[in-house]
Design a binder for this molecule. Structure first.
Ligand code: G6P
Ligand code: MG
Length: 214
């Protein structure tokens, strides 16, 4: 019996490996502007929205960019990203993802999705799991991205549960901060040293154990 009434999942890097596609698309974009881009830098972009990520990359560029140029670069990155996700199928679900969702469902929890990606609906659709969620936040309605708590609080409100009755599942430092700022229990997915602010960290969803989250 879980003390929680709802679980709110992140998408990219938790349920599917789109974090890899974001990385590839940003790397190509950054290098086209002469900005060095590697896995370590990418770690800071995880969970950060599109324009916020671009700003972080261009901070290392040798010149300044107009708003119109920034918009064009963000669009270019997104077009590349959309090409990368166009071929996704249910086989791109990460191991343990469906079992974790089904365990939460079997325990009577409501299930939400809190991704700041404007491509989240497309990705869920390609993975064939849209129907497993009671509520998916539309990233276009969120004013402040992660690490602000807005997106997790909105998911809780729409699921009609209080934040303290929710737990969030995240692979990003900014995402774990967002969950904690929302007053929720945080399950980190990844490296415990990177996700030190989480209440518990598991390497991937094959290790998801609902009964251990208190
Ligand atoms: C997620 C990913 C980020 C990505 C953001 C916006 O949070 O972790 O890497 O930048 O979504 O995604 P979008 O698909 O809207 O560009
Ligand atoms: Mg993520």
């Amino acid at each position: 019996m879980s003390r929680f009434a709802a679980v709110i999942f992140d998408l990219d890097g938790v349920i599917t490996d789109t974090a890899r596609y974001h990385y590839l698309a940003w790397k190509r974009l950054a290098e086209s502007q002469g900005v060095h881009f590697d896995e370590a830098f990418n770690e800071h972009l995880k969970g950060i929205d599109r324009m916020g990520s671009l700003e972080l990359i261009l901070a290392s560029a040798t010149r300044r960019y107009s708003d119109a140029e920034k918009l064009a670069l963000a669009t270019e990155k997104n077009e590349h990203y959309k090409e990368l996700i166009a071929t996704m199928t249910p086989s791109d679900l990460l191991p343990g993802a469906v079992a974790a969702l089904d365990d939460c469902r079997a325990a009577g929890l409501k299930i939400g999705l809190a991704s700041v990606s404007r491509n989240a609906f497309t990705v869920l659709d390609r993975l064939g799991i849209t129907g497993k969620f009671d509520y998916v936040v539309d990233a276009g309605t969120i004013a402040k991205g992660k690490p602000d708590p807005e997106i997790f609080l909105k998911a809780a409100r729409e699921l009609r549960v209080t934040p303290d009755a929710c737990f969030g599942v995240e692979d990003a430092v900014a995402g774990v901060s967002s969950i904690k700022a929302a007053g929720m229990y945080a399950v980190g997915v990844g490296d415990p040293q990177v996700l030190a602010a989480a209440d518990i960290v598991i390497p991937d969803l094959t290790q998801f154990r609902l009964e251990q989250y208190k």
